[in-house]
Design a protein around this ligand. Structure first.
Ligand SMILES: Nc1ncnc2c1ncn2[C@@H]1O[C@H](COP(=O)(O)OP(=O)(O)OP(=O)(O)O)[C@@H](O)[C@H]1O
Ligand SMILES: [Mg+2]
Length: 454
């Protein structure tokens, strides 16, 4: 986007005192005015100069003001177009609005009013430019930004990603399912000099043994039954970019050999082909298996393992970085609010406690899905509370903390402690606390007041 000293207004109207008055007025208000007396010169002006605003009489001689507006919007989608009508042309004016005009005004013109519309349009344009600029900046940082978490473990991963992104080093990302391996692979690509090239993803685990070789390396026509045409493989598609081999531990020994060759020589042949193809890809691999153990057991080639794991990135399971949960929950709520048009404002302490105690065998993916489910079902503007928890998370709820009741204590004191602890446990969910305590809600309220529990 270009920034000019003065915004440019194209006035398309025939010569008259009113038109001259309009132009003088706009110039007085710090706008640069180009005057086109007919359609042809208006079109020329649009093609030659970037126009910020267009003020067009609907019946400019020899051309349709509507066509003018269309052309101006083609050149600058944010152009502030105002159409001027002679009075009884409301229908045409409405049509112009439908086509993206900002406003329409009738003759005789109210100059102040027109100026206000133009100024509004211009500030809208400035805002749109600023938003586009910010979106661009966000995009650049996106890869790492989305890796939420402040735990040492996540910070370590982020540091590693930063350190290796600019290199061509092969990286092996290890971790349980749902820990964010795919996200990290993308982050490496996004932060690398190859970010404008392709990021090609192959899920080795999902491809049948016989298919994977031709998927990766392509095949020549007639290489096998069914190979009716020559096909490019993923290594060719990713040339210049990044190739992400997900679940690399699943590939067969035969393909392991070919893979080793590409890494070492940056060369390969298509299945059934004799021509040696050169490729320049940055390889990233991921696995949720213990590949080192597979190497020991003879299931995975040791030389390939070392080639792949020039850099090893370990994604810790979520249960080992529970301190990241609150931040993730907050982010996921915001994300799913937007996605599903909900207005969830946050989460109560009690639910968060519950989420922080859960084991999360499915890691971040499971947490994310859980939050999505809760947000989708939450109506209205309120925080997520215990009633939103899915059953699976509710059932395992245990008694919580143990209280020390000692002889010498009054019944009141013991009761006070139990009430306070139960309220803490339910996240101040009083109906739930009353149910757990086996007393009525009204009784609970009375006792809360009596013991001044907060
Ligand atoms: N640190 C994180 N911050 C935000 N979102 C995350 C984070 N880690 C993972 N996610 C999200 O969790 C989901 C699972 O992540 P991802 O698919 O990368 O996991 P994975 O390790 O590749 O799992 P699998 O082995 O099952 O393929 C994705 O939606 C991802 O965006
Ligand atoms: Mg994955």
């Amino acid at each position: 986007m270009m920034y000019k000293q003065k915004p440019v207004v194209l006035v398309a109207d025939r010569e008259s005192d009113a038109t001259k008055g309009l132009i003088a007025f706009l110039r007085q208000h710090d706008l640069e005015v180009i005057w086109a007396r007919d359609g042809e010169s208006a079109f020329n002006a649009i093609d030659q100069t970037p126009i910020d605003c267009l003020v067009a009489e609907l019946r400019v001689p020899r051309i349709d003001g509507m066509a003018l507006l269309r052309r101006a919007r083609e050149r600058n989608p944010e152009v502030c177009g105002v159409v001027i009508t002679e009075g009884a042309e409301i229908e045409k004016a409405v049509e112009a609005m439908r086509q993206g005009a900002y406003d329409f005004q009738m003759k005789p013109l109210n100059l102040e009013k027109l100026l206000a519309v133009l100024q509004r349009g211009l500030s809208h344009q400035a805002l749109a430019a600023r938003v586009a600029e910010m979106a661009g900046q966000l995009d650049e940082r996106l890869g790492l930004e989305r890796l939420t978490g402040r735990s040492r473990a996540v910070q370590r991963v982020t540091d590693q990603v930063r350190a290796i992104a600019s290199t061509r080093a092969t990286a092996l990302i290890e971790g349980e399912t749902g820990t964010g391996k795919g996200l990290v692979a993308q982050a490496i690509h996004q932060n690398s000099p190859r970010k404008h090239e392709r990021f090609v993803w192959v899920n080795c685990g999902a491809l049948a043994e016989g298919v994977i070789e031709s998927e990766l390396f392509g095949h020549e026509r007639g290489a096998f039954t069914g190979a009716t045409a020559t096909r490019r493989g993923r290594f060719e598609m990713a040339d210049g970019g990044t190739l992400f081999l997900d679940e690399v531990g699943e590939i067969s020994p035969a393909v392991q050999v070919k893979l080793l060759r590409v890494i070492q020589d940056r060369a390969f042949e298509r299945v059934g082909g004799t021509e040696t193809m050169k490729t320049d890809v940055r390889l990233i691999a991921a696995t949720n298996r213990d590949l080192a153990a597979d190497v020991k057991a003879g299931r995975f080639r040791e030389d390939l393992f070392y080639r792949l794991s020039v850099v090893r990135i370990q994604m810790p399971p979520l249960r080992e970085r529970r301190e990241d949960i609150p931040l993730m929950v907050e982010q996921f709520i915001r994300e799913f609010d937007r996605e599903h048009g909900r207005k969830v404002t946050g989460i109560t302490r009690g639910v968060l406690d519950r989420l922080m105690r859960h084991a999360w065998p499915g890691n971040v993916r499971e947490l994310k899905n859980t939050i999505e489910g809760m947000v989708v079902f939450a109506e209205g503007k309120r925080p997520l509370d215990l009633s939103d928890l899915p059953d699976a998370l509710r059932e395992v709820e245990t008694g919580g903390e143990t209280l020390a009741v000692t002889v010498g204590m009054t019944v009141e004191e013991a009761e006070r402690q139990l009430l306070a602890a139960t309220l803490r446990h339910t996240g101040q969910d009083k109906p739930r606390a009353a149910a757990m305590l086996g007393i009525g809600l009204r009784t609970l309220y009375r006792k809360i007041k009596q013991y001044s529990i907060h």
